[in-house]
Ligand binder design. Structure first.
Ligand code: GLU
Length: 371
């Protein structure tokens, strides 16, 4: 993939670091945040879908209370103070441009547990359909070590993969990846494009974050690995650069471009089709088969004839024709027992049968891959 092709990307995840939206005092840098929100709002007006991954909760909390955290509970306490402040300011600025923002706080297990993962995807897709800009951060206050991403660089890459983004832009206080540490070596040169992350790059990228931010170049490279192997192009650029996201999404050669692997690119939803292990089978009638294969539709209970296996919401199921040909694989919104109760029924009957109707579809199109 070439940089010029980025102009066609629709869904963009933008990650901003603490230093990009706060002053060294920790207080929110209103001018920068406003500039960012104005730019994103304009991109949104141009028809792009945006997901913002924003750090800065610990920093904003530290700025508000005038404290520098030294322990984990102190950081978590400051994040609890700062997260609300961050959202308050984002909400204010996005509203000025008639945009709605939404807060999503995640921990690492959200991507490991199938039903949480499914809820995350479904919520993000619903927000994007509503034209809302989701603003994601780690749920720092409850994220104990084993549930932690620890840094928002990797979190943003996971979000980009799970929300099937077309581009990930990491805005930072550095304008890209260098062949040596530019803070120590004046001859260091910016690498404009990376097709493969080498050991030398890793070795040169040992910079760490600060007491209020966790990233550094090492975590950005880790994010790049995740994005590239999942077929998602990624760019690291300076948040000082005017209209950086708009220019990157227009194909301009800003910062460092990490080229997605071709396999990943082709295989975006293919993990569902080939790499997943179905926990059950949904056998569908010819009408549903045609709707799935030729009309890009979701799988509704009315088209299901029978159910095999014992699966839970969030598990992968195999969708098969009456003649037992596998048509698709998808993530089921309902447990096997519930699908048995609603199969053959109209979606409007789900609430009457199950007592509640959280989803009209058994498998939403967003969570389905044709085999
Ligand atoms: N979640 C942290 C915060 O909002 C930032 C983590 C990071 O710097 O990557 O302050």
């Amino acid at each position: 993939m070439k940089r010029e092709n980025l102009h066609s990307c629709k869904r963009i995840v933008i990650k901003v670091g603490t230093s990009s939206i706060t002053h060294p005092t920790g207080k929110i840098n209103l001018e920068r945040m406003e500039r960012l929100v104005r730019e994103l709002s304009d991109l949104h007006n141009s028809g792009r879908e945006l997901i913002l991954v924003s750090s800065g909760a610990v920093g904003a909390g530290a700025g508000k209370l005038g404290r520098t955290p030294s322990s984990l509970p102190e950081k978590q306490a400051l994040a609890a103070v700062g997260q609300g402040l961050l959202m308050q300011m984002y909400e204010k600025f996005f509203s000025e441009y008639s945009k709605s923002a939404a807060q999503i706080l995640l921990t690492r297990d959200c991507f490991a547990d199938p039903s949480r993962y499914l809820n995350f995807r479904n919520t993000v897709f619903a927000l994007l359909d509503y034209g809302v800009v989701p603003i994601v951060n780690e749920n720092d206050t409850v994220a104990v070590d084993e549930l932690k991403f620890g840094d928002n660089d990797r979190l943003s890459a996971m979000v980009a993969c799970n929300a099937e983004a077309d581009l990930l832009v990491i805005l930072s206080d550095i304008d890209g990846l260098y062949d040596a540490d530019p803070r120590r070596n004046p001859d260091a040169r910016l690498i404009p494009e990376v097709a493969t992350i080498t050991e030398a790059m890793e070795a040169n990228s040992t910079t760490k974050g600060s007491s209020i931010s966790s990233g550094g170049m090492a975590t950005k490279l880790a994010a790049a690995r995740i994005a590239m192997s999942n077929g998602i192009p990624m760019v690291i650029a300076s948040s000082d650069e005017r209209s950086a996201v708009r220019r990157i999404a227009g194909g301009e050669p800003l910062g460092t471009f990490f080229v997605p692997s071709r396999e990943g690119y082709a295989a975006r939803r293919q993990w569902l089709a080939v790499g997943s292990t179905p926990r059950g089978v949904l056998r569908v009638d010819p009408g549903a088969e045609c709707a799935l294969l030729h009309q890009g539709k979701s799988l509704l209970p009315s088209g299901i004839r029978s159910v095999e296996g014992d699966f839970h919401p969030g598990d992968v199921v195999s969708v098969r024709s009456e003649s037992d040909l596998e048509i698709a694989r998808g993530i089921s919104n309902y447990a096997a027992g519930d699908v048995r109760r609603i199969l053959g029924r109209h979606s409007g009957d789900i609430a009457a049968v199950l007592g509640v109707c959280d989803y009209e579809e058994v498998v939403h199109r967003n969570n389905l891959a044709l085999v």
